[in-house]
Design a binder for this molecule. Sequence first.
Ligand SMILES: NC(=O)c1ccc[n+]([C@@H]2O[C@H](COP(=O)([O-])OP(=O)(O)OC[C@H]3O[C@@H](n4cnc5c(N)ncnc54)[C@H](OP(=O)(O)O)[C@@H]3O)[C@@H](O)[C@H]2O)c1
Length: 334
Amino acid sequence: MKKIKNDGAAGAVPKKNSKQPLIASIGFGSMAGAICSNLRDSGIKVVIGSRNARSASAKKAFSENFDVTTISRAVKACDYALIAIPDLQIRDFFKKNGLDIFNGKCIILCHGLSFFYHPLSFPDDCDIILISPNAIANKLRENYASGIGDYALCAVLRDKSKKASKKLKYICDGLKISKNRLIQSKLKDEVFSDLFAEQSLLVGGILALTLSSFETMCEAGLSEEAAYLSTFHEIKYIVEAMNELGIKDFIAKISDVARIGSIRAFFESGLKDRIKHEFKRIYGDIESHRFYNNFINPSPEGVGGESQYQKQLNGILNSKLCEAYERFKRKNRQ
Ligand SMILES: NC(=O)c1ccc[n+]([C@@H]2O[C@H](COP(=O)([O-])OP(=O)(O)OC[C@H]3O[C@@H](n4cnc5c(N)ncnc54)[C@H](OP(=O)(O)O)[C@@H]3O)[C@@H](O)[C@H]2O)c1
């Protein structure tokens, strides 16, 4: 099988066997890489369609022995097209590559954001399925390798062939997502829960709480080492223990001092209620589409998008906590 050369020439796509479907992945980013590797290890044929043979992701796919070719050749040859590229790129992706090459195919999305906000930019004459894993890409790969699989929210978004549910199951089987870990979901539930959870807890919340906790200790004169170890370093053990034990057993296992102090600090003081009040505001922005329309989707005048947050982002990236992380990483290597 000939692969794409690094001069950008179009590579060959794997020969199709009538019994075995071919998956074409657009690009080979974090999520696409994990999904393609899992599917291939399950014996499913995969080809990568790349917009640029010299890009880092095309080279990575090539180095991992995937067949790499152009987007158009990969999609035309495939039965399933995995579109795991940045969500905000998907609308333009269809504009650029055209809709007709997707006729009769089954599009796989890993997140419903683009379809929720721009359904009309998607091709019409195809199936569209959503498989949204509840694991970040490297964990999805790790969990597949250890045979655990993971949870995923899933939905059939368009059933042109009347076989979309079967197709969804085929891909989930290939990813080792078992039936009891496959949660049928509405598109809105997948999109809003993902947006809200990353803002309130998984990214925004954890970052803000860890930074605030670390900074408070340092500003009070405690050593950066003590502050770092008791926050950023220890958080993973606590989250793991909560996850493994469940909240009841976790609370029973921690010390009485930790229990009294934590309940007093967050619950008795009303802090938890104040946070929830703010979370409702954040959810309201998502639900009213203000978040997407005003802050995510840049207008033709360029208002919105990531650049307006650069100052805040720089504050995080240049924080003392980031410096402490680097110092500890160097120490670990010694
Ligand atoms: N990352 C995660 O852990 C994670 C977790 C849950 C869900 N998801 C979902 O998975 C999807 C992909 O996210 P990701 O973080 O994996 O993306 P990513 O790593 O940033 O994707 C990069 C890949 O997309 C390609 N690409 C970017 N724009 C393109 C375009 N306009 N046309 C063709 N190819 C393009 C890039 O090709 P080049 O090399 O040519 O630039 C590269 O191969 C999203 O829907 C996301 O919500 C991701």
